[in-house]
Design a protein around this ligand. Structure first.
Ligand code: TXA
Ligand code: MG
Length: 322
């Protein structure tokens, strides 16, 4: 039985005992494990049904704690000062004394680190005082969870507990930036911190994925955020048998509508994205609808991250499941 917790201390005790615990961050709910504990880390892959070569993000209460495990250059220090705590993940070289289990990093000589801002995530990380690795708390290939109920829907019976923290404010995962290679930084995943904000701090950033993205950031696999119903992007009309994921004023004629943001605000839309895909999926199936049509979302602000997730949701399913 997976327990729904309301006390940070209980969640901390379970983590330190090697259990898996879902917890809220400002982006999405994470599935946490003590990053030093190889058995617990392996348990994450088992619970998620996730391929073992996917490296995990290690979460810390402070930049100081994170930079004890990875080597931070001046660029990393600058980003940490400006963006942490917050929805930014930095990929940096592991230090020799890094505490994080090698499996958690998929055997790479780099490690993704992040300092989340959610007050409960902060309280939990301070309470355990060890790095906590946490992928999004969903089954592999499914939509990321933005409430504790979403976590239970996917992982109930497979993990010890979930810490209740309400709905996530940002709603899309953190931006992942690779600072581990020579040359300009590379954006591995658009997310909660817009690329424009990072460019303003660091100058040029390579925004195109490398030729073999699955090696550097398996989260870039196509069809990584798939609802059950097929997804049709760029809808300018909608059919009666389609559910509609709207942005701005909704197209007429849909069988079912979830509006990401009536006022066309990409920040509001990000926070409502994953909950909307889940809701359209569940309600649409009950109504016998056959597809989710998606209205265009402009790229500005969090629009880039939203469009990235939507492109994956619409990608061919054969490549999806590991
Ligand atoms: O907002 C988030 O980032 C959430 C919350 C829970 O923190 N976590 C999350 O984790 O989205 P996950 O495991 O679903 O996605 C981690 C991403 C993947 O795209 C993975 O490939 C990439 O980060 N990543 C992790 N370590 C990496 C590394 N050493 N090099 C390159 N990419 C890495
Ligand atoms: Mg994920």
């Amino acid at each position: 039985m997976t327990r729904l917790l309301h006390e940070v201390a209980e969640a901390a005790a379970l983590l330190l005992a090697g259990e898996l615990v879902g917890f809220p961050t400002e982006t999405v709910y994470g599935l946490g494990a003590d990053a030093r504990n190889a058995a617990a880390v392996a348990g994450i892959f088992a619970a998620k049904g996730r391929p073992h070569f996917n490296p995990l993000i290690a979460h810390y209460a402070s930049a100081e704690a994170a930079f004890a495990d990875v080597a931070a250059d001046a660029r990393a220090q600058k980003l940490a000062a400006a963006c942490w705590p917050g929805p930014l993940t930095l990929v940096l070289p592991r230090r020799a004394e890094c505490q994080v289990d090698l499996l958690a990093g998929a055997g790479l000589d780099t490690l993704a680190v992040r300092v989340p801002a959610h007050p409960l995530a902060q309280a939990l990380l301070r309470a355990v005082a060890v790095p906590v690795v946490a992928p999004s708390a969903n089954r592999s290939g499914q939509v990321s969870p933005t409430t504790a109920q979403h976590v239970l829907a996917g992982l109930s019976g497979r993990i010890a507990a979930v810490l209740e923290g309400g709905a996530c404010a940002v709603g899309v995962e953190s931006t992942v930036l690779d600072l581990s290679q020579p040359g300009p930084p590379r954006l591995l995943r658009p997310g909660g911190v817009p690329l424009e904000a990072l460019q303003a701090l660091l100058g040029p950033i390579l925004a195109q994925p490398e030729a073999a993205p699955t090696l550097r950031s398996p989260g870039m696999l196509l069809s990584h955020y798939a609802p059950a119903l097929p997804v049709r992007l760029g809808a300018s009309t909608v059919a009666a048998e389609e559910a509609l994921l709207a942005f701005g004023s909704a197209l007429p004629g849909a069988g079912l509508v979830w509006n990401l943001s009536e006022r066309g605000d990409s920040t509001e839309a990000a926070a409502r994205l994953f909950a909307g895909l889940r809701w359209l999926d569940a309600e649409g199936a009950q109504l016998g609808l056959t597809r989710i049509a998606v209205m265009p979302v402009p790229e500005a602000g969090l629009g880039a991250a939203i469009n990235d997730r939507l492109a994956r949701a619409a990608a061919p399913r054969e490549e999806a499941q590991p």
